[in-house]
Design a protein around this ligand. Structure first.
Ligand code: KDG
Length: 347
């Protein structure tokens, strides 16, 4: 080999050796990027909690992990994001447990009308062994559940009339989540139930494709449904959780330390989200009235009729989630209700 060639070969080798540490260093410095999708907008309780989670992940990882929060269903509706996580094309999301029923039937437990009477009961069951059992069905489907957040107690809105009795729902085109329990529940109440993704809901209300919908106060406020809905009827007919999900394909590639960062940040975000959501829900009705909504409580006798009608779906829910899980949940709730509440039960 001539001197020239040898010099050239040596300089290329030296360059490669020198570049390698820099590349490694660069690799060490470049944070691990986490795309975290969600369906509500940035100023919603959901958006605020994702932002808090992102801050916690960056703090706990010393900047080595970075969450990119992507809201307003920019990565698609819940069901599309769930598939992206399963395929490994997206790392994280938060969404409704109700839209997960097609992936794991046990999630339908949380669709049960009037399952929880208070946030205290919801927290105790969701954060206890039963909530974990339901979460444990996810890894086999390619998902990892970290924590439950609060979507909240759901209430009815529509643009046609105040709902003072069940018959007022007759013929109302009511948007429901893409979930059979919600579909069947509102059909039994006499509404014309129309399943739609959340991302299509505002325009469907605006164009009168549907007359009404049901969601917690927080969502009615943050999604500005008061602009296209005149009537709000307080029913609290079901408590909806959200669930923070991770792609299992991606999760399995993380170190134990990285997994701990995400879990610790998720727990902090859960405590923040529930407090923030409950504070906002506490003032939301007054704000919605100020925005022009006409608000009424369903009279007690009608609420009892609604409970009777809606709980007819319970037998099918028990069969779908498994009677062991169903009976364990009923027993746990009975025990909770027998014990004195350490804090005032919030409705
Ligand atoms: O992405 C939005 C969903 O997470 C959630 O808001 C579901 O309550 C819901 C609805 O009505 O679709």
């Amino acid at each position: 080999m001539t001197t020239m060639r040898r010099t050239l070969a040596l300089s290329i080798l030296a360059g490669a050796l020198f570049a390698a540490p820099l590349a490694t260093l660069a690799q060490d410095i470049k944070p691990r990027l986490i795309r975290f999708g969600y369906g509500l907008n940035e100023v919603s309780n959901q958006g605020r909690a994702v932002k808090l989670f992102a801050t916690e992940v960056e703090r706990l990882s010393g900047g080595k992990m970075k969450v990119r929060a992507i809201g307003a269903a920019a990565l698609g509706p819940d069901v599309q994001m769930q598939q992206a996580l399963i395929g490994g094309a997206q790392e994280m999301m938060v969404g409704s447990t109700a839209t997960l029923v097609g992936i794991t039937p046990q999630m339908a437990l949380w669709d049960t009308p009037f399952l929880f009477n208070s946030a205290r009961e919801a927290d105790a069951i969701l954060d206890g062994p039963i909530g974990q059992k339901v979460m444990d069905t996810l890894p086999a489907k390619g998902l990892v559940g970290l924590v439950y957040w609060e979507n909240g107690f759901r209430n009815l809105t529509n643009s046609k009339r105040a709902v003072n009795k069940l018959e007022d729902l007759d013929g109302i085109k009511l948007r429901v989540m893409q979930n059979n329990v919600f579909l069947e529940s509102f059909k039994t109440l006499g509404a014309n139930a129309v399943p739609l993704p959340f991302s299509e809901l505002f325009s469907a209300l605006e164009t009168k494709t549907v007359d009404g919908q049901e969601n917690p106060f927080n969502t009615i406020l943050s999604s500005k449904f008061f602009e296209v809905q005149k009537f709000l009827t307080v029913t609290n007919h079901v408590y909806s959780p959200w669930i923070v999900l991770v792609s299992k394909k991606w999760w399995d590639g993380l170190s134990k330390d990285e997994q701990k960062v995400l879990m610790d940040a998720a727990v902090t975000s859960r405590e923040f989200e529930r407090k923030d959501t409950r504070e906002e829900a506490g003032r939301a009705v007054a704000e919605l009235k100020a925005k022009g909504m006409q608000v009424n409580e369903l009279p007690a006798a009608e609420a009892a009729r609604m409970r009777d009608r809606l709980t007819r779906v319970n037998a099918s829910i028990g069969a779908n989630v498994g009677m062991d899980l169903w009976n364990e949940t009923q027993a746990a709730l009975a025990k909770l209700r027998a014990a004195p509440a350490s804090t005032t039960a919030r409705k």
